[in-house]
Design a protein around this ligand. Sequence first.
Ligand code: GRF
Length: 207
Amino acid sequence: MVPIGVLASGRGSNLDAVLDAIDNRYLTKCEVKIVISNRPNAAALDIAKKHYVQTITLDDKGIPKKDWDYDQKTIAALKSHGVLPREGLIVLAGYMRIVSEHFVDLYPHRIINVHPALLPSFPGLEAQKQALDHGVKVTGCTVHLVDREVDHGPIILQTAVAIRDDDSVETLSSRILREEHRILPEAIRLLTEDELRFEGRRVLFKN
Ligand code: GRF
């Protein structure tokens, strides 16, 4: 079983999708050992509890968005719950912090993120609004490995979502979110069932 640690800051719907996929046995080779939130009131904490998963809050009030001292506390919490470098998998599911280079280096190819746009387009915050404002006709979502740059690492899965003339940020976000809830568990399945290999920036199927 691959031990997973989920880092989340908010609503937690992607966390819910992953835990549902475990509960209904779509994912059978992994276990979420710990959910860590940087925000004490994150709904993600309640979602974890609903699924009987342990939680830790490491309040980051007043701490810079990227901070190695803070990350060391997160790493200690991950390790103490069995999410060890090389064996474990860390899922950033709406985690509103930037993981520092040392953190990334400690877990090579073992940290993934879900982003609500087709990277490399529209990295950063408010990706759905960026896509609407830019006028693209197609956007979507991406699950990728985390590297030292924000929203940049090798891409595991992407799905396209067409933009409609009458879309608002809300309607577009909700259609993208449905796809996130599908490709995040699927990416975790591919990784934890050891179906992927890495060739530079390319993530390929083993056979
Ligand atoms: C998602 O849109 C995800 O792509 C982005 O943050 C949002 C988190 O939503 N990184 P939730 O907390 O999983 O509901």
